[in-house]
Design a protein around this ligand. Structure first.
Ligand code: SER
Length: 317
């Protein structure tokens, strides 16, 4: 049977590119995009789109029925920085949206669910380097608490009700098409835009803050790969550690200087430094590589080339 896929949060950073990748693979009509706000021109033109609130379970159910949806990718969430500003709202969105979709799967309205987790599930007591899949998890942000709780809800629905739910702990994701909003890792995107526009960037993290990161194309490929893996190969029903590269703002600046020799970076760490400092600097993703053959393609040099080229060609600056 062919899949009918609903993306919730399709106008966001990951949702936008994931929708386009899925439309290419499954056909435009098979992938229904939804969000509380409209997406970009390409998304609105290329296939079905519905305005929807991710916490409105009945609203989601009516779309599921209308399009005979089989899979839901639930991407709507409040990221780390915004969640610190609106803790209760973040909890409501991040948690209730997930529980609603898990219930739809439990009630057999849909067959498969994807829900993103994050490196924010880890905290300052977690081993920082090569952070293992299973380790101490004491998150200090509302975002991290919601992602960790969500992972265990996913696992619970799988164990207790047989729900086929899959999840990845994304590192910082670097992309140029749609900007993220309110994340701690967003500096690694802003830096390219500022480098091209102003030749300089003031970084809100300190120069030696090492964080795990990944290019959007790799993140989208991993997500689809996990969703297409045989159920028996998906051995973890919490969230899979996923890694590509890790670097500091200073290392990133050096890479940019290879293309823009006059580029200048300065550092003015703010409250976001504390969030970044509580997260891992690198991730051990052996389980993802072993269970469903995950492999990343883009290193820092390739990402930098792609980012500068695309931002320039699309004249976003
Ligand atoms: N990129 C996210 C953030 O910075 C982490 O998952 O909030």
């Amino acid at each position: 049977m062919s899949e009918s896929i609903l993306i919730i949060g399709a106008s966001g950073q990951i949702g936008n590119e994931l929708t386009q990748a899925l439309r290419l693979q499954y056909g435009n009509k098979q992938v229904i995009a939804s969000d509380i706000r409209e997406g970009d021109e390409e998304m609105m033109r290329s296939g079905p789109f519905e305005i929807m609130d991710a916490t409105d379970k009945e609203g989601i159910l009516s779309i599921v029925k209308k399009y005979k949806v089989t899979q839901v990718y639930l991407l709507a969430a409040m990221l780390s920085v915004t969640a610190e500003e609106h803790p209760k709202k973040a909890w409501d969105l991040n948690m209730n949206a997930l529980l609603g979709v898990l219930d739809l799967a439990k009630e057999k309205h849909i067959k498969q669910v994807y829900w993103p987790s994050s490196i924010a599930v880890f905290g300052s007591t977690t081993p920082k380097e090569n952070t293992p899949q299973k380790t101490i998890m004491e998150p200090s942000t509302v975002y991290g608490i919601s992602k960790l709780s969500g992972e265990f809800w996913c696992n619970y629905y799988h164990e207790k009700y047989g729900v086929d739910v899959r999840s990845i702990r994304y590192p910082g994701i670097i992309s140029w098409k749609t900007k993220p909003g309110g994340g701690t890792t967003d500096y690694a995107i802003d830096i390219y835009f500022k480098a091209l526009k102003e030749g300089a960037y003031e970084c809100f993290l300190s120069e030696e803050t090492r964080l795990p990161m990944m290019y959007m194309d790799d993140a989208v490929a991993a997500t689809i790969q996990l969703m297409q893996a045989k159920p028996a190969d998906v051995k973890l029903r919490t969230g899979y550690n996923l890694a590509a590269i890790d670097f500091t703002p200073a290392e990133m600046a050096l890479e940019i200087k290879k293309h823009l020799p006059d580029f200048k970076i300065s550092y003015k760490p703010d409250f976001r430094q504390k969030i970044a400092a509580s997260w891992p600097s690198s991730i051990d993703d052996t389980a993802a590589r072993k269970d469903w053959n995950w492999q990343h393609q883009f290193d820092l040099a390739a990402i930098t080339k792609e980012m500068l080229k695309n931002i320039k060609t699309e004249s976003i600056v």
